[in-house]
Design a protein around this ligand. Structure first.
Ligand code: FAD
Length: 456
């Protein structure tokens, strides 16, 4: 739907940050006839494409080959001693990222979005300065994402973040990973599978706070089973460079010698140099841009989507928020993003995926729940001799029979969970799960054949 342009401004919409949300929103707005500009101070594609989901997943695939080789013998394959070359994997990954970056640039150009390279800064509510070039816009979209933060632990200059972990010149033989979130666990899995000795330093008990407790416990057990060291209730006190590597001193007196120490302890919104105060855009105490459910900031013509608002911090959410905003602004179709039932995965080894409420969240919400849980050795692990078990769990509302949460730890968890997310979005009941015919033989069919409740 073509919009009448407000010719007082150079652009109808100007977006700061060409990552997942910024690119999606800008392209969609241009497709509705808006004159759109976007600026980017690094590489178009943003965190997800350049230094997040995509490169990480490529390394996860690379790491997975180690499992396949290990499992091959049981299936009759005799694979002579396999060798792995980290620089080859990194080069291949970089080629793919370059290709995707090219596609993103082309998509912007094809959509007629004007790209200005450089760091954007708000001058006022309608003006953005990009390295001295000032542009004006009727509306401004902030989509600047976030960056990994580091604590001020002594010796922190020796630590790397996920950004550098994706670019290491060589595979560390011994790596300490500090953090318990999904990024920490995913990198731990990658390095572990590729042959590094991995120690995960966790401030509290076990990784993946916020996930279902059974999922967390099961994953921790499987990671330990793979030889990963998980040090719970532990903090790093100092990092020192020593001959032959680094030494990480912990608060329990333990000293961990290693080649790299990776911090994945948090991310912060990219807002400190954005000129938000000058334009009157309010942030919370962590610098996240405050928005209402329509992605409107405290300034009515300035909007924000994605990680810069520090809400769900996932690529599909940034994209969905941006598209909802553009539907509202440029297609006469008021749309707000629905944050319920956001499925999510952790590409650990084995992977985790989940949608809806954990058992704890459901109980805290005052629900009476029935729990269905199944732990089994998947068929693929039989001939291979792999001992790993898969965990599946359903959280069901006792009153309405609606499935409130689905959780899985095991091969293909993310691929399986996407379909279940549709079921939850449709409000599926346990009875409807039970009436669904399984696909046999799969692991996924267990989700429609769980009959026995776990006792209260
Ligand atoms: P971004 O994609 O971060 O884009 C923001 C862009 O703005 C960047 O390109 C930045 O350079 C640019 N920018 C910043 N400030 C300025 C400025 N002043 N001027 C101009 N440009 C600026 N999500 C998933 O859904 N699945 C995953 O598996 C997953 N894995 C991840 C793995 C890692 C290691 C990391 C770090 C993140 C991962 N994420 C994953 C999260 C995902 O990457 C983010 O949620 C997503 O990229 C957010 O999109 P965005 O548009 O808000 O910001």
């Amino acid at each position: 739907m073509a919009q009448a342009r407000n010719s007082d401004y150079e652009f109808d919409l100007f977006t700061i940050g060409a990552g997942s949300g910024g690119v999606a929103g800008s392209r969609r707005a241009a497709s509705y006839g808006a004159k759109v500009g976007i600026c980017e101070d690094s590489r178009v594609g943003g965190t997800c494409v350049i230094r997040g989901c995509v490169p990480k997943k490529l390394l996860v695939y690379g790491a997975h080959v180690a499992d396949d080789i290990a499992d091959a013998k049981g299936y009759g394959w005799d694979i002579p001693q396999a060798t792995f070359d980290w620089p080859t994997l990194i080069r291949a990954k970089n080629r793919e990222i370059d290709r995707l970056n090219g596609i993103y640039l082309k998509m912007l150009a094809d959509a007629g979005v004007t790209l200005i390279e450089g760091r954007g800064r708000l001058v006022d509510a309608h003006t953005v300065d990009i390295g001295g070039r000032k542009v004006t816009a009727e509306r401004i979209l902030i989509a600047t994402g976030g960056y990994p933060t580091l604590p001020d632990t002594p010796g922190i200059k020796h630590a790397i973040t996920s950004n550098e972990a994706l670019e290491l010149a060589e595979l560390p033989k011994r790596i300490v990973i500090v953090g318990a979130g999904y990024i920490a666990v995913e990198f731990a899995g990658i390095f572990q599978a590729l042959g590094a000795d991995v120690t995960l330093v966790v401030r509290r008990d076990i990784p993946l706070r916020g996930f279902d407790q059974d999922v967390r416990a099961h994953l921790a057990e499987e990671l330990t089973g793979r030889g990963m060291h998980i040090l719970s209730g532990t903090l790093v006190e100092r990092i020192e460079k020593v001959s032959g590597g680094l030494e990480v001193r912990l608060n329990n007196g333990q000293v961990l010698p290693c080649d790299q120490i990776l911090y994945a302890t948090g991310r912060a919104p990219n807002t400190s140099t954005l000129g938000l105060a000058e334009a009157g855009v309010k942030t919370d105490e962590n610098g996240a841009v405050l928005v209402d459910e329509w992605s409107v900031t405290s300034v009515p013509n300035i909007y924000a989507v994605g990680d810069v608002t520090n809400k769900h911090n996932l690529t599909p959410v940034a994209i969905a928020e941006a598209r909802a905003l553009v539907e509202t602004l440029y297609n006469g179709n008021p749309t707000s993003f629905d944050p319920s039932n956001i499925p999510t995965a952790v590409f650990s080894q084995p992977p985790v995926a989940t949608v809806g409420l954990s058992e704890q969240q459901a109980r805290e919400a005052g629900k009476q729940v029935d729990i269905y849980r199944s732990k089994f050795r998947p068929m693929r692990n039989t001939l291979s001799g792999r001992q790993e078990k898969t965990l599946m769990k359903l959280v069901v509302d006792r009153d309405s029979d609606r499935v409130l949460g689905c959780h899985m730890v095991g091969p293909d968890a993310a691929e399986i969970m996407q379909g279940l997310a549709i079921a939850l979005q449709c409000g599926a009941t346990k009875r409807q799960f039970d009436r669904t015919v399984g696909i046999h033989p799969t692991a996924a069919e267990e989700f429609v054949t769980m009959r026995d409740k776990v006792g209260d």
